[in-house]
Design a protein around this ligand. Structure first.
Ligand code: MG
Length: 387
């Protein structure tokens, strides 16, 4: 029986992980820990169904409420505020926390020498230089849950010597809800428009990131960190059907791709079961219905976030942390109705102008970089709102 901890269990990835576990054979998995920031009612409901040993709530007043409720119905469940405790009792930790807040779970899991099923891309992107050495700890391993990276992880298994044989990674992008639109026509798009993803159903932050192509930009950095290829060997291809989840081109000319319907439960099950394949299927293609697969180059002029991400990735150090922080602030401001969608890249670009070029050595450096970048980004948002 595999013991699974789910950080961010009330979010989109967390809920789908619980679906995978519910669909699996009884006795395959035990949910030992779940965590959320402040979704009191939801996590109590999950705790009552899955009976974990530990429930982690980061928000203090929410934690008091959860503890009070569970004490009545499930007094054996420990309620805590420390997500690092999760990896001590689990074999696999699914990190489905949204945004930079997921970093502590990533670090704690690798330090504990456990498998990290990683859906939180920000922690790896922002803290790449700090996370990289932790992957050498015995037992520590990252199996990506992000669909593109999970696809690449699968494609690379067709190679015996990937550092010699791989020519390039091809990350596919759906293109988001605004694919094919001009810069001019995107000036006044609404929050609702940006949240209408054509193929994937995800949380609001990542859906906005897909609409700007920042999601793909962050994934380029994530791919660089995960697989160690330089930026010249990582390309982005727009593929509107979201059936091909990414590809690896090998030096001998062969391209290996992973295909399935867009369903996050497949990469989640893959990350739980690796190196075996899950026997519970999600996203299998119905070939009587699939008629075509299209590919096109991204419109880098309209979707400027993609190149902003490449630039930050190439600078390295704390630049990706700055990029990710600036993006979070810009997207927050957009979702709050404070700025326009078209101002998101402007805010990020203006923030990056202040990047101090510091090289991160420890977690504190990343936290500091994140804090400074956010301060600049908020400042810039304020000016953008006024103007
Ligand atoms: Mg993805």
């Amino acid at each position: 029986m595999k013991r699974v901890a789910i950080a961010g269990s009330t979010g989109s990835i967390g809920k789908q992980t619980l679906e995978v576990i519910s669909a699996s054979k009884l006795g395959d998995y035990e949910v030992v820990a779940i965590s959320a920031n402040a979704s009191v009612a939801e996590i109590i409901a999950q705790a009552r169904i899955f009976k974990p040993k530990l429930v982690v709530i980061t928000d203090e007043s929410a934690r008091i409420n959860v503890a009070r409720e569970l004490l009545i119905t499930d007094p054996k469940i420990e309620v805590s505020g420390d997500s690092a405790q999760m990896s001590d009792i689990a074999d696999v930790v699914v990190n489905g926390v949204v945004g930079f807040a997921g970093l502590s779970v990533t670090i704690a899991t690798l330090k504990a020498g456990k498998r990290l099923a990683l859906a939180n891309k920000e922690s790896l992107i922002a803290a790449g230089p700090v996370v990289a050495p932790l992957r050498k700890i015995a037992g520590a391993e990252i199996v990506p849950v992000d669909s593109e990276h999970c696809a690449i992880h699968q494609c690379l298994r067709s190679s015996d010597n990937s550092s010699r044989e791989v020519a390039k990674l091809l990350l596919t992008a759906s293109g988001g809800p605004f694919r094919g639109r001009t810069r001019k026509s995107l000036e006044n798009v609404t929050i609702k428009d940006a949240l209408k993803h054509p193929t994937w159903s995800m949380g609001p932050k990542i859906t906005v990131d897909s609409s700007t192509l920042m999601n793909k930009g962050l994934e380029v950095i994530e791919a660089h960190e995960l697989f160690g290829l330089d930026y010249a060997s990582i390309d982005v291809v727009v593929h509107p059907q979201s059936i091909v989840h990414s590809m690896v081109e090998f030096r001998d000319g062969a391209t290996i791709a992973q295909l399935s319907l867009p369903d996050m439960r497949l990469p989640i099950a893959y990350a739980l079961e690796y190196p075996q394949r899950s026997t519970v299927g999600f996203g299998a293609i119905d070939w009587t219905k699939l008629s075509r697969l299209d590919f096109e180059l991204p419109d880098r002029d309209t979707f400027r976030c993609l190149d902003l991400a490449y630039a930050a990735g190439r600078v390295g150090g704390t630049a990706p942390a700055w990029l990710s922080a600036a993006n979070e602030i810009a997207v927050e401001a957009f979702l709050a109705g404070a700025v326009q969608w078209s101002q998101i890249p402007t805010i990020i670009e203006a923030t990056m102008q202040h990047h101090d070029g510091l090289m991160p050595i420890e977690v504190e450096d990343i936290l500091e970089a994140d804090k400074v970048a956010r301060r600049w980004a908020r400042d810039i948002v304020r000016k953008e709102v006024v103007s």
